[in-house]
Write a new protein. Structure first.
Length: 119
């Protein structure tokens, strides 16, 4: 069982930056790939960025490529999502999720942190 707690959301002007954090409970954090999903109002949830269990590989959606950076510190059981050059269309609730190695589904989810970008 893994519990995930996100923080770092808030209100920012377009062009600004935020850093989201997700802290995981448990002693097997390095056994999970991690992802950040987002859900904008009246839209489906989408995968924004993901990172492998050892942090060696990351993948980003085209919509955030070059602006968002995902990293992890396994010693601190934490993943970070750096959001730069924010746009109003980045406004969403951002969710952290954990996917066990060898599986294709994210099994554990945080409660979400809200990001609002004003124009």
């Amino acid at each position: 069982q893994v519990q995930l707690v996100e923080s770092g959301g808030g209100l920012v002007h377009a062009g600004g930056s935020l850093r989201l954090s997700c802290v995981a409970s448990g002693r097997t954090f390095s056994s999970y790939a991690m992802g950040w999903f987002r859900q904008a109002p009246r839209k489906e949830r989408e995968l924004s960025s993901s990172i492998s269990s050892n942090g060696a590989r990351t993948r980003d959606a085209d919509s955030v490529k070059g602006r968002f950076t995902l990293s992890r510190d396994n010693a601190k059981n934490t993943v970070y999502l750096q959001l730069n050059s924010l746009k109003p269309e980045d406004t969403a609730v951002y969710y952290c999720a954990a996917r066990p190695i060898g599986t294709s589904d994210y099994h554990y989810w945080g409660q979400g942190t809200e990001v609002t970008v004003s124009s």
